[in-house]
Design a protein. Sequence first.
Length: 406
Amino acid sequence: MITINEHYLKLQASYLFSNIAKRVNTFQEQNPDKEIIRLGIGDVTRALPAACTEAFHKAIDEMATDASFRGYGPEQGYDFLRNAIAENDFQSRGADISADEIFVSDGAKCDTGNIQELFTTDIKVAIPDPVYPVYLDTNVMAGRTGTYEDGRYRGVIYLDSTKENNYVPSLPKEVPDLIYLCFPNNPTGSTITKAELKTWVDYARENKALILFDAAYEAFIRDESLPKSIYEIEGAKEVAIEFRSFSKNAGFTGTRCAYTVVPKECAGFDSNGNKQLIHPLWNRRHCTKFNGVSYPVQRAAEAVYSEAGKNQTRALVAGYLKNADLIATEIKKLGFDFVGGDNSPYIWIQGNRDSWEFFDMLLNKAGVVCTPGAGFGKCGEGYIRLSAFNSYENVEKAMKRIKEAL
Ligand SMILES: *Cc1c(COP(=O)(O)O)cnc(C)c1O
């Protein structure tokens, strides 16, 4: 008899996006002439930088002749890309990360999910609330949680991100073994200072814990005092793994390329309490279960680090940041409490009403789609998320309509 992994049965069906779609469709049927503006999406909307598509085309042409054709590449990624990443994203910022500590992959989503198979089921996991749902659901699948009760899974240490802590979680009362942090944050758009991040690094060192640091939105950081990488913090290399992606900085959500940094010093412990390095374990896992990102995609990603690519990605992100700034400015004028909107494409707004009520009001009165905060966790109740991933014209129009509606 083939028995199934019953932990999957604990998962809550994600009604968030289907529920949004249903309400938007109903509104559109009743108001066929009304143009809807979507500020709910967590996906980029602008084309790949020209430097990337040029490199992409060129690499595809290389695949078309026997002389330059490439078959299986190194599972960890080609050296040309790993070197460019190490130099530009880390060494240039004073973070001592070398190319062989970088594992190129097809997504930060899969990497954040896959990494936890290196750890035992009985570890205690700390997960932010509100949260990018992947961290939570993958731990449910792995059997690291109990059942779902009153909006939360039993056995998880939730790290509340609220107005009281300025949306940067405080150290938990119960000591975790694995800690998820994401800054700039999705969904709140909040950022973490070096001093705050150091508190977490020190805490992980003291407690023999490991931090999984999701830096998917680092390109949106314009405040030079904020850390773009956790390895800018002293002592982080022993206790942190970092996830990065080309999805949000260079528009690779449909092209697929990301990477994970596992420093050589980073360690866990075996059942005898002996230190075990994580790098060889992740290398083994990666080589056994993954066969590399396609060559043309890695060439396209490499182009992000060319002179033209740097300028183009910076301009791309600047466009979204301009939208975010407009949203934040208008929301402030309307008197709402909010976080994000600078150093981030997201604006997290306290609505002083139920999340879905706020959603319905914006949809019905302004024809604007947002994401109800309650969909990201218990602490998201009462909030909505607006996203800057749209055209400036649409954002202008949406903010004007929201002003009129309120
Ligand atoms: C978009 C996003 C990612 C990137 O995921 P990919 O699989 O690389 O596209 C990672 N983490 C968070 C929090 C995100 O919002």
